[in-house]
Design a protein around this ligand. Sequence first.
Ligand SMILES: [Fe+2]
Length: 166
Amino acid sequence: MSLTAEALGNEFRGYLEAEPGPKGREKVRDRLKQVLTDAEFVAKYLREDTREREVIYEDPKLGFCILAHHYRGPKDSPPHDHGPSWAIYGQAKGETLMNDYELLEAASEDKPGKVKKTRSYPLTPGIAHVYNEGDLHSPHRTASTHLIRIEGMNMEKVRRLKYQAV
Ligand SMILES: [Fe+2]
C-alpha cells in the first residue's frame, strides 16, 4: 500500500517524541527527503491542482502539520522566521533559492527587525532543510514549485513579526 500523509505523520510523531528538539527534527528531515522522491506520494499530494497551502496532516497530540504547497509563478518573499515554531522545507518539484540571515536588531509589534544575509543556496528536488525557532530565511523562486513543508504548529494561527534586510 502506498504511503499516506497520516502514516507519515505517525512516523514523524514517533521521531519527535523520541527526541524532542532539533535532533528529532533532523530525523523528520531525513525521512522527508525519502518521501520527496517517492513518485507515488508526490503524485498523490503534489498535483497540478494542489492549492498554495494545503494541510494534509495535523498531529492531534503534538500539533505539528504536514503541508503540501503548489506555488505558482516567480516570487520573492521577505525574510522571516516562524515565530515560536520550527519548520522543515522539502523541495519536490522546481527549485527554491533560499537565503539565510542573521539577526541584527530584534523585531517588535510596531517595528520591523533588521537582518543581514549570510548565505544563499538552492533547494532542488529531494533536498530538505530544517529551520529551528528564530532561524531567519527567505525563499525565492523564478518559476512554479511544489514543496512538502512541516510546521511545528499550524502557522495560520500565529502572528508573525516583520524583518528588513540591510
Ligand atoms: Fe519560512
